[in-house]
Ligand binder design. Structure first.
Ligand code: GRF
Length: 205
């Protein structure tokens, strides 16, 4: 595994990003727009897309963007997945890993190895409504405001230090889909902003 002890940011060079995604990959698209694989953004470039699902649209987006796009099967063996993922991250000299709709829980060992270099985005104002279906939880709780959070990943589920939050209103006639769509627009702004803050060393775990 990578050396979790290194104090990583800021780097004196362009950072190499990996995005781990299980599904549609709209946050991947926003990261690719902000940090193109071609390298024209001096701060960072997306260099690897990794998915646990071979059919994930996110992988196709990576291919279309000219990024290395790798499927690693999760199966029933998380340790094997994590060994393979870690090897790919090191092979591609990745500096910062962005989970973006990655639907698997990573082990405490993997998280420790990438401490400070592993981010996630979640569709709620953490610490409210962690885990699955953040938007559904917000509607069930009857809150008038929700949003999204980008946070460092620690050994808990959606418990690491928050880097950026963006707030949206919850409307009386919202359903899960309408609220998710409103939050998603803000996710696409929040993730690149959080990556910039971390890479500049302005927010640390
Ligand atoms: C987003 O709502 C994200 O917050 C959550 O999963 C969804 C992924 O969407 N973790 P996409 O695959 O990035 O479009």
């Amino acid at each position: 595994m990578a050396d979790g002890a290194a104090a990583p940011f800021p780097l004196a060079r362009q950072a190499r990003l990996a995005v781990l995604a299980s599904g549609r990959g709209s946050n991947l698209a926003s990261l690719l727009a902000a940090f193109p694989a071609s390298g024209e953004e001096p701060l960072a470039a997306v260099c690897l897309v990794l998915s646990d699902r071979a059919q994930a649209p996110a992988l196709a987006r990576g291919v279309a963007a000219g990024v290395a796009a790798e499927h690693v099967a999760f199966g029933h063996d998380r340790a094997a997945f994590e060994r393979a993922a870690d090897a790919l991250l090191r092979e591609h000299a990745i500096d910062l890993v962005c989970l973006a709709g990655f639907m698997r829980i990573l082990s405490a060992g993997f998280v420790a190895a990438w401490a400070g270099r592993l981010l996630n985005i979640h569709p709620s104002l953490l610490p409210a409504f962690p885990g699955l279906h953040g938007q559904r939880q917000a509607l069930a709780a009857g809150v008038h405001e929700s949003g999204c959070s980008v946070h460092f990943v620690d050994a808990g589920v959606d418990t690491g230090r928050v880097i950026v939050q963006r707030r949206v209103p919850v409307r009386d006639d919202d359903d899960e889909e309408s609220l998710a769509a409103r939050i998603l627009e803000h996710e696409h702004l929040a993730y690149p902003e959080a990556v910039r803050l971390v890479l500049r060393g302005e927010v640390t775990p």
